[in-house]
Design a protein around this ligand. Sequence first.
Ligand code: MG
Ligand code: MG
Length: 259
Amino acid sequence: MIKPKTEEEIELLRENAIIVSKTLAEVGKAVAPGVTTKQLNKVAETFIRDNGAIPSFLGFEGFPAAICASVNDVVVHGFPSDYVLKEGDIVSADIGTLYKGYNGDSCYTFPVGEVSPETRKLLDVTKESLYRGIAAAVAGARIGDIGYAVQSYAESFGFSVVRELEGHGIGREMHENPGVPNYGRPGRGTHLVDGMVLCIEPMINAGGRAVYLDRNGWAVHTADHKNSAHYELTIVVRKGRAEQLSTFDFIEKDGTIKF
Ligand code: MG
Ligand code: MG
């Protein structure tokens, strides 16, 4: 039995979600050809700490940085490094915060300068698949409805869904039950109830769905080395329509970056 969050807990999760959303926007402003992923990490860590929060990924099971910076064929969990971003790359920034005892966790995949039309399509479809998943996350539905919405949309464009990683509940712990797979069958899995807080995070590959773990034990790559995109938002299951706690508005409506 998964206990829904109280409204007080949801307010604390919302505060985290806003800090993470704003951090993603700061990172987005810094993304450009010639910038290293370590520099992006620095931007994020500084912003999180300046806002009184703790970068929760740093030290989590030994992870060495404040953000996961996953470039091109890296699906998730890339280490920020001295890699210099170049025109046409994509970089996903996955960011977590701990603030007032609760967690925030969201992710955005940024194009670096101009990307190919195929890559632009991958980004657009992955983000839309997330919104389709959110639309399915209503009280009375089931976890499989979310996965089905994501999967059926992404696959209709010939893209594939990573199965080895999934979304999750969030609260005092960064990863809580239930798991939220990005594939599934309608009407199956955990029942969704009002007040459940979930991170929905499709990881969609341009090519096949097979992935492998890097020798560093963290980074997950696509087996065919084609690009992979990843977007994540935190939502509250509600009756009729889910409520978004984190948002991409700070990235997309700020006016300085056009996506
Ligand atoms: Mg995340
Ligand atoms: Mg997550």
